[in-house]
Design a protein around this ligand. Structure first.
Ligand code: GAL
Ligand code: ZN
Length: 648
């Protein structure tokens, strides 16, 4: 369980380095990430290398026991490289070449860029392969943007399509190119999606292609690093709920996933929790936070500073959800550059007087006390939510704007489950569900045979499955299915859907069988129950003849269908009823307090976190030991603002 910082020695004069190393040691920072955007300092001219400064900085850090994660610097190609090979710069959708002066300014399919990337990575890896201070590598920085629309990308796309569809007849058929005369008669005619309102099948394949190209470039880096320094780990800093890459594919060859966590406000706590769980789900194992917010940050604006205690709260929140290391972005606020207003652990003045520095020291000393017990413990969950990138993408019918917000649809269920203190795993549609009591699938457009059989098998053997609206409406080409909805799983749900409505501004009420009335929102699948039992029905207008929520018993299991969006209060009650037996006993907390469990050798570590700037009260009905303070606690307990307890 490392506590670290993202450090940029190249931003400071050499004389400062020993002071930084000393301050790090005093605060308990035992790891830094280096060299992330340092290409112009590592290779100042074409094929001319200078690692001496990095060696020197690392030696200074080593004296203070600080380990290193080195990054490949490819997220920021230097000006000499762009000057020689302008075509590395991405061609934007509007036909303009991206200018030099930001970062991530490279076309992901560019062969020349592959060549120069490989060369600098090889040099770095050879130089540091036997250096024990370097424990691992980070590849690039935050893959995913921008998209490039150059001729080479077009050729690669056409090639990708040829491999996939083999014949043009097959492609024309699969994309439904009969519509608006879109049939192609040669591969070279297929454009990149520059026009809006393109064909959704085309759009989906372009998204897959773009994701594959990122994975390919990323895998090149992983394989190269592994071939030269096989005993160091390789990771990448993912972006939580970023929707544009298939993160399962991207994660496959990394040793573990890392991600960059900028919560930006207490009200984001469920999104952040979900993002942690998505990151843990990518490889089904614990992860790192490679950039953790430690103060105000700059995007378009300067966000509010963190209140004292908040950085510590978010840090424990990361550990609670399965982080093995938390690395703060960044060690010291930079005085220049685009992020000059972005906080660091140290502020611009570089003194140990900052709030974040003091807090870091506190966190580090606490972690020292609990490390041995907590390290390697796992987040074990009785409930799973399906999270699937193709289902995110098919929801983008018109390219730029999704019809419905995928993560918001997940969050409705997720919040209700988390509020009960129940851990959630994030899974793929084809994973083995047998270890879960409940599996939830919000906004799951695509249900192919494999997925349908997987769900059926799970419910047959006693599982509980909950589907959200628009379940199974599409096939793998993003075309609508011809069968009666919910398609392949109609029998499982014991009902049919012949009609639906896009609610948007419309006010339609839903009444549950126990009499509560809620206003439906977003979308309404209008359900005709057959074997299923209605749990809620639409009330007004012509919708009133249909059910809104149903449950069906299927073999040994149950399947629920929630046909429309509803206020959070509905999900809270609905989920509480279904998950009755799973709620951890013995601890009562109000809504602003999160409970999350990690487990190891039969021991349960209960993280209790107060996501409020006010005191909270919780109730423990038996005696627990608080791990950090080694204190016994029982009964009614006062939680200070942002307080965290780890109970055993
Ligand atoms: C991250 C990025 C960092 C830094 C940070 C600022 O997304 O990886 O390099 O820019 O944002 O908040
Ligand atoms: Zn390109």
């Amino acid at each position: 369980m490392y506590l670290g910082a993202d450090y940029y020695p190249e931003h400071w004069e050499k004389e400062r380095w020993p002071i930084d190393a000393d301050l790090m040691q005093r605060a308990g920072i035992s790891l830094v990430r280096l060299s992330e955007f340092a290409w112009s300092k590592l290779e100042p001219e074409d094929d001319l290398y200078d690692f001496a400064w990095l060696d020197e900085a690392m030696d200074i850090l080593n004296e203070k026991g600080v380990k290193v994660v080195l990054s490949t610097p490819t997220a920021a190609p230097p000006s000499w490289l762009i000057g020689k090979h302008l075509q590395i710069l991405p061609l934007l959708k509007n036909g303009q070449r991206m200018g030099f002066g930001k970062r991530r300014h490279y076309c992901i399919t560019n062969r020349t860029y592959y060549h120069f990337s490989e060369r600098i990575i090889r040099k770095l890896a050879e130089h540091y392969k036997n250096n024990a201070q370097v424990i691992g590598w980070q590849v690039d920085n935050e893959f995913g943007n921008p998209k490039c629309y150059c001729d080479n990308c077009k050729k690669e796309f056409q090639h990708w399509l040829k491999l996939k569809y083999k014949t043009l007849e097959n492609l024309n058929q699969s994309w439904g190119n009969a519509f608006w005369s879109h049939d192609y008669i040669c591969w070279e005619q297929i454009p990149l999606p520059i026009v809006d309102y393109h064909n959704p099948s085309f759009d989906l394949d372009f998204k897959r292609f773009f994701s594959d190209m990122n994975v390919k470039y990323s895998n090149m880096q992983i394989e190269l690093l592994k071939s030269i320094s096989p005993d160091k780990f390789v990771t990448h800093n993912f972006m939580g709920l970023f929707p544009e890459l298939n993160y399962y594919d991207l994660a496959e060859k990394y040793d573990f996933v890392s991600w960059d966590n900028y919560p930006q406000g207490l009200e984001k706590r469920f999104q952040v929790a979900l993002a942690h769980d998505v990151m843990r789900g990518l490889k089904k194992k614990n992860f790192w936070v490679m950039e953790q917010q430690c103060g105000c940050i700059t995007r378009e604006d300067i966000t509010p500073a963190l209140s004292p205690g908040e950085m510590r709260l978010w840090t424990y929140h990361s550990y609670a959800h399965g982080a093995e290391a938390v690395v703060y972005f960044r060690w010291r606020a930079c005085t220049f550059g685009i992020e000059q207003f972005h906080s660091g652990i140290l502020q611009h003045d570089g003194t140990d007087k900052s709030i974040a520095y003091k807090e870091t020291a506190q966190i580090a000393s606490e972690i020292d006390r609990i490390r041995a017990q907590l390290e390697g413990s796992k987040v074990i969950s009785p409930v799973a939510i399906i999270y699937d990138y193709e289902n995110i993408w098919v929801n983008y019918s018109y390219q730029e704007k999704p019809m419905y917000n995928y993560s918001d649809e997940i969050l409705r269920f997720y919040k209700a489950i988390r509020k009960k203190g129940i851990n959630v795993d994030i899974v793929k549609p084809t994973d083995d569900f047998s270890k879960y009591k409940v599996v939830v699938a919000p906004l799951m457009y695509i249900v192919d045979d494999e997925t349908a059989n997987n769900i059926k098998k799970y419910v047959k053997e006693g599982g509980t499955f909950i589907a959200g609206f628009r379940f199974g409406i599409k096939d793998r080409h993003s075309n609508i299915v011809k069968s009666i909805l919910p398609g392949k799983l109609r029998e499982l749900f014991g009902m049919s859907i012949y009609a639906w409505d896009n609610l948007r501004e419309r006010k339609i009420e839903v009444q549950t069988s126990s009499g509560e009335v809620y206003q439906a929102d977003t979308f309404a699948d209008l359900i005709t129950p057959e074997k299923a039992k209605p749990l809620a029905e639409y009330k007004n207008s012509w919708h009133a003849s249909y059910a809104a929520v149903t449950v069906n018993t299927f073999a040994k299991g149950k399947s629920y269908y929630v046909g429309c969006g509803l206020p959070q209060g509905f999900y809270d009650k609905f989920i509480a009823e279904i998950l009755k037996g799973l709620v951890p006993e013995g601890i009562k907390v109000p809504d602003e307090v999160e409970i999350t469990l990690r487990q190891k050798n039969g021991k349960k570590f209960i993280f209790v976190m107060n996501f409020s700037d006010k005191s909270s009260r919780i109730f423990l009905n038996k005696e627990y030991t608080e791990l950090k303070e080694k204190k016994k606690l029982q009964g009614e307990i006062n939680l200070d603002p942002f307080e965290v307890l780890i109970l055993l």
